[in-house]
Design a protein around this ligand. Structure first.
Ligand code: ZN
Length: 206
């Protein structure tokens, strides 16, 4: 079972490793990530956010499950070109209730693989370009709060502390393992290079 983890879960600061195999486990996790994303009204979700240390993310800028034609999967993405710079509002499913203006490139070119293993090269601007930059950041353990200008970071601080307190409380209540255990498991999964059977939905959990 996957779930969206909140800040400061260690997976969110993890430098994820490339995907080496596009298989049924990956396809099943991708499907589940889209469902989780729609449940939370999000437009994008990175593997880090469900505790998986691999470089891929899913996007649907319509946030509408009826618009499956707008679903995109980016595997091992690389932003190869950035142009202009624009400020706009962002949020993140790992920071419930926090929104702030973030400066990013206004236009980008991204290269990645899709779920069929084909290379995609895409020029993107507006919301799609912004979402791709936000999600690609996740794969390197970078978060949108890292991009906030000092004054905005200060005004975001109270909300960040609240989210952090909620994570620590859930951790004390056993919903999350300790930071050390999570970090060890992330290292193991990354070194092994495959999605664990339980997370791929191949083993039913109590
Ligand atoms: Zn995010």
């Amino acid at each position: 079972m996957l779930k969206v983890v909140i800040y400061p879960h260690p997976a969110l600061r993890y430098e994820s490793v490339p995907v080496t195999r596009v298989d049924d486990d990956l396809r099943s996790v991708v499907r589940e990530m889209f469902e989780l994303m729609y449940e939370s009204n999000g437009i994008g979700l990175a593997a880090n956010q469900v505790g998986l240390p691999f470089r891929f993310f899913v996007l649907n800028t319509t946030a509408d499950p009826e618009r499956a034609d707008q679903e995109r999967v980016f595997i091992n993405p690389e932003i190869v070109k950035r142009q202009r710079s624009i400020e706009d509002e962002e949020g993140c499913l790992s920071f419930p209730g926090l929104y702030s203006k973030v400066r990013r490139a206004g236009k980008i070119r991204v290269r990645a693989f899709d779920l069929e293993g084909n290379t995609i090269e895409l020029d993107a601007d507006d919301l799609l370009g912004r979402a791709i930059q936000h999600e690609a950041d996740h794969l390197s353990g970078r978060l949108f709060i890292d991009h906030l200008e000092p004054a905005r970071r200060v005004s975001a601080e109270t909300k960040i502390r609240e989210i952090e307190a909620a994570f620590r409380k859930a951790q004390r209540e056993g919903e999350y393992e300790s930071d050390e255990t999570i970090a060890r498991r992330l290292d193991e999964i990354a070194a092994n290079g495959t999605i664990p059977a339980d997370l791929a939905g191949r083993v039913s959990q109590e």
